[in-house]
Design a binder for this molecule. Structure first.
Ligand code: GDP
Ligand code: MG
Length: 312
């Protein structure tokens, strides 16, 4: 056989494979709506069905299997400007690694704001060679849908070659259109994961993520990156999980804020985190939280590694 074209076709579309499967990165600056979008795309709170260790180099945050297509959503831990602090360096490395080898990038931007941070994300995307879909989010906040037209043509100039799709992650508008664009671009490949698996992250990791999410939600800008969560204890009995976590902050002042008057803030963080964990693990959870001060940890590579940041 001399024709190389049929070899090429074979390479692109494996013989006999009728399913589609691919890795999709959802990227964008903080607060633009990535988590909200992911929850709608997956259409259920991510739950743990397996304690299998990571099987790929990606941080898988959600898997959706529908008919003959499997969408594997991966995390891009923080794309940040500024390389001075060790934590930023670690996060930038992680972001670059996360974008290598994905099949599709969904770049979430705001309906009428483009900031320097969007430029940073765009630079990262520029290094990747896969198709990009720009999801223009928070459409529900526009008085009239026509207002978005000039914005779309501006985005088109910023991201030539990318498909643009206006959405509202919060109100679930146009998410189907986004999903069908993703499906169009999803490679033909066998499934990577069993059909019933929704995420491959370990329970410990998910527990830490939930605590971190509740802290961020309650504290907002008061505690930017100077917080890390370390799971110290994870006892896994059939109907009860006992989880002990250390929350590391950089300064005494931050500890005071996080703990709150008479411990009220920490208590409410703990209550919310426990409720989410109970849903996720389908078990009763006893959660103990401690706040500790580790001065200057975010600027020390070794301290970061000891907290597991080398493989985020
Ligand atoms: P992330 O930091 O990119 O993951 O952003 P989040 O998903 O946490 O969303 C940040 C904030 O924007 C939250 O308060 C969301 O409720 C809100 N948000 C996300 N999507 C939309 C949307 O489509 N419309 C509106 N009005 N708010 C949204
Ligand atoms: Mg988020």
């Amino acid at each position: 056989m001399t024709s190389s074209q049929s070899d090429l076709d074979a390479a692109q579309e494996p013989v006999g494979v009728t399913s589609q499967c691919g890795f999709i990165a959802i990227v964008g600056r903080p607060n633009v709506g990535k988590s909200t979008l992911l929850n709608h795309l997956i259409q259920q709170k991510i739950s743990i069905t397996s304690r299998k260790p990571q099987t790929t180099r990606h941080n898988v945050i959600g898997i959706k299997t529908e008919k003959s297509a499997q969408l594997v959503f991966v995390d891009t831990p923080g794309i940040h400007r500024g390389h001075q602090k060790a934590i930023n360096r670690a996060m930038n490395r992680a972001a670059t690694t996360a974008l290598q080898g994905v099949d599709i990038i969904v770049f979430v931007v705001d309906k009428d704001q483009w900031t320097e941070q969007d430029d940073v994300v765009r630079e990262y995307i520029h290094e990747a060679s896969c198709p990009v879909i720009v999801a223009v989010n928070k459409l529900d906040q526009m008085a009239s849908k026509n207002e978005i037209l000039p914005w779309l043509s501006l985005l088109h100039e910023k991201m030539p070659g990318a498909e643009l799709v206006p959405i509202s992650a919060l109100k679930n508008q146009n998410i189907e259109r986004l999903q069908s664009l993703i499906l169009q671009k999803l490679p033909r490949a066998p499934f990577h994961y069993p059909e019933d698996q929704i995420t491959d992250r370990s329970m410990r990791f998910m527990a830490a993520e939930i605590i971190r999410e509740k802290i961020t939600r309650q504290m907002g800008a008061e505690l930017p990156y100077q917080v890390a969560v370390e799971i110290e204890e994870f006892t896994d009995e059939a109907r009860l999980k006992t989880i002990g976590a250390l929350i590391w902050v950089e300064r005494e002042g931050q500890k005071r804020i996080l703990v709150g008057d008479g411990g009220c803030r920490l208590k409410s963080i703990g209550q919310q985190a426990r409720q989410d964990m109970e849903k996720l693990f389908a078990a009763k959870v006893m959660l103990n939280l401690w706040v500790k001060v580790k001065s200057g940890w975010s600027d020390s590579e070794r301290a970061l590694r000891s907290l597991g940041f080398d493989n985020i």
